[in-house]
Design a protein. Structure first.
Length: 122
């Protein structure tokens, strides 16, 4: 997966930098992909911290312990799907952006994922 595949800009981000680092929660089972995503974020100029989880239980636990600013989720994991992370966010009542990061998502699957992704309303 390249930075472009991961949807990450390769140009520095031109906006105000928050005073604290952004907290990214990565839902990923492949450490090489974790390194690619983190490298892309650094190249884009982000000041960030990240945690990596591989299971729904670890995802929920990390959400509760360290609420992230953004979730970056692989679509296809061995025992669950990245889109299930969106359901967990809703169940936890969290309005945290989730970005699917994958190298193997066809047009139909992407369309289905977009239809499932609805803003949380109060």
């Amino acid at each position: 997966m390249s930075a472009e595949t991961a949807g990450l800009a390769t140009q520095p981000v031109e906006q105000e930098t928050p005073s604290l680092p952004l907290r990214f929660l990565l839902v990923e089972d492949n450490l090489v992909d974790v390194e690619l995503v983190e490298r892309g974020l650094r190249r884009a100029g982000f000041d960030f911290t990240s945690a990596v989880v591989q299971t729904p239980e670890d995802f929920t636990r990390e959400l509760r312990a360290n609420r992230p600013h953004v979730v970056l989720a692989d679509y296809n994991l061995p025992h669950w799907r990245g889109m299930e992370a969106l359901e967990i966010l809703a169940r936890e009542g969290l309005d945290v952006p989730l970005i699917l990061v994958t190298g193997a998502l066809g047009d139909m699957t992407a369309s289905t994922a977009l239809r499932r992704a609805q803003p949380i309303t109060s």
